[in-house]
Ligand binder design. Structure first.
Ligand code: FAD
Length: 388
């Protein structure tokens, strides 16, 4: 039996970033990952890190993420290629303009430089954007994008350097619970015991809960992205641009333009890998080309998919769940890249039972008891999926 202070199940962004922070607090940490670190959601996402949220805690978490990613080398000694080209939400209805505008005021109250733009001002930020049907846009120049695979490799390297043991190819199959506590965790080839066990399995977190006879309200939704062209061409410096009402994202990468859409069908009992939905590629491209007409003739080069891990109110579940020493940090509802790095330290502090930098109580799973919580996100989670 391998023993440590903390055993983390899942080597995604949650598992690796929280491991780094736990090690910094002096804990001995083991991470078990059934494939490779970052092989799932955290390695296949769009890598966008925005601060344009509409609740105080997520705005603060996202702001901290930007601080961490923009100083990653100085903090952790690893390069991550963080591009700060901003995020722009193009808005074509008075309703969405009002919703986003209210969020801008809240973001600005936390010192985030988001601005509301007129259609004419929008063209200065995204040359070639179609504005005749726009009401306005919101733009935050310090939002950014990172290559998710590079970030995952960096976090894993930092964790290992901090003494964290990361074991790949170890699929957790059984959890032995007794007297209200996890006593042991069994993988393909070994047994583990730890003072605290962290369920950081993203879309598969409910499966880990089920091993203890428990449930978690996290639904997997398949999410496809498509790459066009082989370089960003004239769009290299545009922000990650989202047409909030046509529900499509346009993101420049060094190897092309990535387009993602709002179609996120629910997948019950998700397999280890998501399949790209090619039937939607042309529709997504049509929506993107409506907003940026110069994209019309760009050829499709490839596509891929992952699972969003969506909770009923689009907020993550962070806290002790089901058993005394079982902690869950999952359900980031399609915007984990933006907030996980910023929350990692507070999550580690809560696991170590010391005061947290950011308040995590609103993420306790108990909020779902006897309450019909609605999706709250302006981009991400259940709210978005309603607009396929
Ligand atoms: C296509 C797409 C685009 C996205 N774009 C963005 C974006 O631009 N901005 C943003 O903020 N967010 C984005 N997201 C969301 C973001 O990627 C996630 O919120 C985040 O990566 C979740 O991290 P995680 O560590 O919780 O999950 P994961 O990365 O899925 O990690 C969970 C890990 O647990 C492992 N695991 C599962 N079961 C077991 C088991 N039994 N034993 C051991 N290990 C197990 C898995 O293999 C996996 O590695 C996107 C998501 C997708 C799918």
């Amino acid at each position: 039996v391998t023993t440590s202070d903390v055993l983390i199940i899942g080597g995604g962004l949650v598992g690796c970033s929280v491991a780094v922070e736990l090690a910094a607090l002096g804990a001995s940490v083991t991470v078990v990952e059934r494939h490779r670190v970052g092989a799932a959601t955290s390695g296949v996402n769009q890598g966008g890190t925005r601060q344009q949220f509409q609740t105080a805690v997520k705005i603060r978490a996202a702001k901290t993420t930007i601080e961490i990613l923009s100083t990653f080398k100085a903090r952790f000694g690893a390069d991550i290629d963080f591009w700060q080209n901003g995020y722009l939400f193009a808005l074509s209805t008075p309703e969405s303009a009002a919703q986003f505008r209210a969020a801008v005021d809240l973001q600005r109250s936390f010192g985030i430089p988001t601005r509301y733009l007129s259609p004419t001002e929008t063209v200065d930020i995204v040359p070639g954007i179609r504005t005749d049907d726009l009401v306005g846009a919101t733009y935050c120049p310090t939002d950014g994008r990172v290559d998710p695979r590079v970030l995952m490799a960096a976090y894993a390297a930092v964790a290992r350097r901090s003494g964290v043991s990361i074991l790949e190819g170890e699929d957790v199959r059984r959890i032995v619970a007794q007297s209200g506590r996890v006593q042991a965790v069994e993988t393909r080839s070994a047994m583990f015991s730890a003072g605290s066990i962290i369920n950081a399995c993203g879309p598969w977190a409910p499966r880990i809960a089920a091993l203890c006879g428990a449930e978690l309200p996290i639904q997997a939704r398949s999410s496809s992205v498509y790459l066009f062209g082989t370089s960003p061409g004239p769009f290299a410096n545009i922000p990650l641009t989202i047409d909030a009402d046509r529900r499509v994202t346009v993101c420049p990468r060094s190897d092309g333009i990535m387009i993602g859409s709002a179609r996120k069908p629910v997948v019950t009992d998700p397999p280890a890998e998501a399949e790209c939905d090619w039937t939607f590629a042309d529709i997504a491209k049509g929506r993107a080309s409506h907003r940026i007409p110069a994209l019309t003739d760009w050829p499709r080069t490839r596509g891929w998919a992952g699972f969003w891990e969506v909770t009923p109110d689009d907020n993550p579940i962070i806290g002790w769940t089901h058993l005394d020493n079982l902690f869950t940090a999952a359900g980031f509802s399609g915007h984990g890249m933006s907030i996980i790095p910023g929350l990692a330290r507070s999550i580690a502090q809560q696991i170590c039972r010391v005061p947290t930098d950011l308040p995590l109580d609103s993420f306790d799973v108990k909020r779902f008891a006897n309450q019909d919580l609605k999706g709250e996100e302006i981009w991400g989670g259940t709210a978005l999926a309603r607009f396929e």
